[in-house]
Every structure is written in structure tokens, then in C-alpha cells.
Design a binder for this molecule. Structure first.
Ligand SMILES: [Zn+2]
Ligand SMILES: [Zn+2]
Length: 171
């Protein structure tokens, strides 16, 4: 029955997380797996039922975790843990776990570090110097070559600031 469905199988947490988030997204798989492992441990200790998970997904570059029965009596261990995992994911690359923030790739928002954003652009055969990331956003911390917003470095021999992936590619 559909109502019995849980996105997380507590006997195989990592595998269910990978199935929900996509196997390539190791950065977020790690964060969400750790989250549900400690929820499981907590429930075992308290003799509590495991929360049934309705959905785990990336939306607008943010991690969303929805439970079937959200708790009504204020925040407790489970929702605090889920909120903390979402906060951590929102500052971590989906693919590799590097520190980063949301990036616009055309119409899509993904949470990718500069290296993973570059490799995603290559996969899409998108030339970032002609079609940069975050084209619709104004930000002072923006790579002058590819549009990545985040950690920048001075590119050698040029006055401008570029993301680390662009600096390495220009060496
Ligand atoms: Zn990455
Ligand atoms: Zn760049």
C-alpha cells in the first residue's frame, strides 16, 4: 500500500538514501545517511518507532526531507536532526561534500562546488565562458570567467578573481 511506503529502509539506510538522491551525489548521501543512522540509534534507545519518510530530494538546490507524520508536539530529536542535516547539505556540494552554495546552471539550481559545477557543465556540453553560471544573479563574489559564486582566488597574471577550478584550468 502506498501509505506504508517509506523512502528509508532502516535495514539499509545508505542504499535507500542513494536511491533517493542519485548515486553520484556522494556528498549529500553521506550527510543524510549519518542523519538517519543517528535517528535509528535514538529510536532503538527510546524504544520508539522509526519515522516513516515520505520523500528525500533536492529542490532549488536545497535538501528537502519530508516525513509521513511530521511531529506535532514541537521540535524533538528527530526533527532537530533532520533540520541540521538540511542545513549542512545546503552548504555542501551534492556530489563531493565540498563547502559551497547554490548555483544556477541555466534554468536549474544545483548545490555544486566549482569543480563539480565545471564537470556538470562539461557533461551538458555547456561552455561556461560563453554561458556562465548564475547569469541572472549579481554578486561581488563571482568568478569573472565561469560565473561561479563562492570561494575565489586571484588568477595568476590577471587582475581578476576566478574560482579555483578556472584558476587551475588556466595554469
Ligand atoms: Zn563538488
Ligand atoms: Zn570559474
Amino acid at each position: 500500500m502506498m501509505t506504508d511506503h517509506s523512502a528509508i529502509d532502516y535495514d539499509n539506510i545508505r542504499e535507500s538514501v542513494a536511491r533517493n538522491l542519485g548515486r553520484k551525489n556522494l556528498g549529500w548521501i553521506e550527510i543524510v545517511t549519518r542523519c538517519f543512522e543517528s535517528i535509528k540509534e535514538h529510536c532503538d534507545q527510546k524504544n520508539r518507532e522509526y519515522p516513516r519518510v515520505f520523500q528525500i530530494k533536492q529542490k532549488f538546490g536545497e535538501l528537502r526531507i519530508y516525513l509521513h507524520e511530521p511531529e506535532h508536539d514541537g521540535p524533538d530529536y528527530i526533527s532537530l536532526h533532520i533540520n541540521e542535516a538540511c542545513r549542512e547539505a545546503n552548504r555542501s556540494c551534492e556530489v563531493c561534500g565540498n563547502n559551497c552554495s547554490q548555483q544556477w546552471l541555466g534554468a536549474w539550481v544545483r548545490n555544486l562546488c566549482c569543480f563539480c559545477a565545471h564537470s556538470e557543465a562539461r557533461r551538458q556540453q555547456r561552455d561556461l565562458s560563453n554561458y556562465p553560471l548564475n547569469a541572472n544573479l549579481d554578486c561581488s563574489r563571482k568568478c569573472t570567467n565561469c560565473g561561479y559564486i563562492g570561494q575565489l582566488a586571484h588568477s595568476p597574471g590577471r587582475g581578476d578573481q576566478q574560482c579555483v577550478a578556472c584558476v587551475i584550468e588556466s595554469l
